[in-house]
Design a protein around this ligand. Structure first.
Ligand SMILES: Nc1ncnc2c1ncn2[C@@H]1O[C@H](COP(=O)(O)OP(=O)(O)OP(=O)(O)O)[C@@H](O)[C@H]1O
Ligand SMILES: [Mg+2]
Length: 462
């Protein structure tokens, strides 16, 4: 195990000697420097884990040197030492970013304790950052198709506000990712993001889950418990699968949302909370309202900013990027071996209907990495998993009585889309095959949106 290292910067040789000995005895690797320039050289040669720095550094100003340290390596804690201890210098040091301040002549115990604290803080920060990186990676929205770009635009607009959002989209399209991204971009980032899956909680428990309960509220309520609304206070509450909430629960939730306060089950004290609510559903809520299974007043309350997440079949261009993203995840996090995909394999995946959307794609990639021994996944391997893949993108070439121009346009549209799909969304390849430059190809694809409903509009815009 490599030892933790400490850089000590002081112009007094005596201090360097004493500190050096004490810290070495404790098992640290010690590097010393007598001037600003020497310390900067040694800093870059061998990054220390902690720095001890004298404020009165001969002709050099210790505090401005600390500024340089902090700027170059904000992750390294700096402990400032001073022989002419005044409260003022201490305050200035801490304000400029020192981790702590010790006064000369110092107690060696104090030096060791401060070193340990600084190292612990540094390790926690490092751990925190690496966890954050993993979390951010796992929740990153991958894709650069037209539908994903416009989704990202809506997220960028809605995120920084406090507006309530209703996210609709099929199973596995990434609604939870969208909700987390909105929270990340909001002023509430850093506060709690609390997720409640309304479909997974039995009706008898939902109230105590959402609103909490007081001790003794029911048999088994041995202690008081906060509900999700309270836990999310200051942050964001994701009410997931809101379409599965029963009508009585909807009524209670609506009341709490309107009054912005609640009472725990078995309690009679009003508790205020401040949450941004994001609701998500894979059901058609207006349809549920028509069937009287969902309250329209709750719908209007939640639906301030509607965001809809498109199904994967309407953004097949993202499939190659998503595959690469999942392969990287599965190889780094699950220890699976990476594999390549042939163009034919990707072409087949671009035609598939993806009823389970992105989640289904992720599961398929995992299954392929585990089950297929060959280093490259080809069309046959895909068919062994998905069977014969029928093309979801049905022909829209008109039959019979339309002018030739219209039929020609319909054919062109379909032919371009088909070629792009066959190339797995790779526009450079498609433009080589079609002998149309990429820019015009993008323009043409934009004119012909991929969905059928908008296809008509797209065509008439021309
Ligand atoms: N654009 C994307 N980029 C990367 N990963 C994605 C993307 N969309 C979805 N995923 C992944 O697919 C899986 C499903 O996503 P998520 O749980 O957000 O979907 P959902 O719409 O909430 O699904 P459900 O309706 O089943 O609750 C997750 O593993 C998620 O990380
Ligand atoms: Mg979900």
């Amino acid at each position: 195990m490599s030892r933790e290292s400490v850089l000590v910067v002081d112009d007094e040789p005596n201090i360097l000697k004493v500190l050096g000995e004490v810290l070495t005895d404790e098992g640290y690797r010690v590097v010393t420097a007598q001037s600003a320039s020497e310390s900067l050289r040694k800093l870059e040669d061998d990054l220390p884990d902690v720095i001890f720095l004298d404020v009165w550094l001969g002709p050099d100003d210790g505090l401005s040197l600390m500024g340089t340290f902090r700027e170059r390596h904000p992750e390294i804690p700096v402990i400032v030492m001073s022989g002419h201890g005044t409260i003022e210098t201490a305050v200035r040091a801490i304000k400029t970013g020192a981790f702590d301040y010790v006064e000369k002549p110092f107690s060696l115990d104090k030096i060791l304790i401060t070193t340990r604290h600084a190292l612990r803080q540094r390790n926690l920060e490092e751990e925190n950052q690496s966890l954050r990186r993993i979390v951010e990676r796992n929740y990153r929205i991958v894709g650069n198709s037209e539908p994903i770009r416009s989704l990202m635009e809506s997220i960028a607009k809605a995120g920084p506000t406090n507006g309530w959002v209703l996210i609709q989209g099929e199973n596995g399209t990434g609604k939870e990712l969208v909700a987390r991204e909105i929270h990340r971009l909001s002023p509430r980032n850093g506060k709690a993001f609390v997720d409640v899956n309304c479909a997974a909680i039995p009706e008898s428990l939902i109230e105590s889950e959402l609103f909490g309960y007081e001790k003794g509220a029911f048999t088994g309520a041995m202690t008081q418990k906060k509900g999700k609304f309270e836990l999310a206070s200051g942050g964001t509450l994701l009410l997931d699968e809101i379409g599965d909430m029963s009508l009585p629960t909807q009524a209670k939730v609506l009341r709490v949302l309107q009054e912005k306060r609640l009472q725990r089950v078995g309690g009679n004290r009003d508790i205020q909370f401040d949450v941004r609510v994001i609701a998500a559903s894979n059901k058609d809520l207006p349809e549920l309202i028509r069937k009287r299974e969902f309250r329209d007043d709750l719908f209007y309350r939640l639906n301030v900013i509607p965001i809809s997440v498109p199904p994967l079949r309407e953004r097949f261009q993202d499939i190659p990027l998503l595959i690469a993203h999942f392969i990287e995840d599965l190889t780094t996090q699950e220890g699976l071996k990476p594999k390549g995909f042939t163009e034919e394999a990707i072409g087949l995946l671009c035609r598939y209907s993806w009823p389970g959307n992105v989640r289904e794609l992720r599961n398929l990639v995992e299954r392929l990495l585990i089950m297929i021994p060959e280093p490259v996944i080809d069309g046959a391997a895909i068919q062994s998993m998905l069977g014969n893949v029928p093309d979801v993108h049905e022909s829209s070439i008109p039959h019979g009585s339309v002018p030739l121009k219209e039929a020609r346009e319909a054919f062109e549209r379909e032919y371009i889309q088909e070629t792009v799909r066959n190339c797995g969304g790779n526009m450079t390849r498609a433009s080589e095959i079609l002998k149309v430059d990429r820019t015009s190809l993008y323009r043409k694809l934009k004119q012909f949106p991929v969905t059928e409903e908008t296809g008509e509009e797209g065509a008439s815009e021309r």
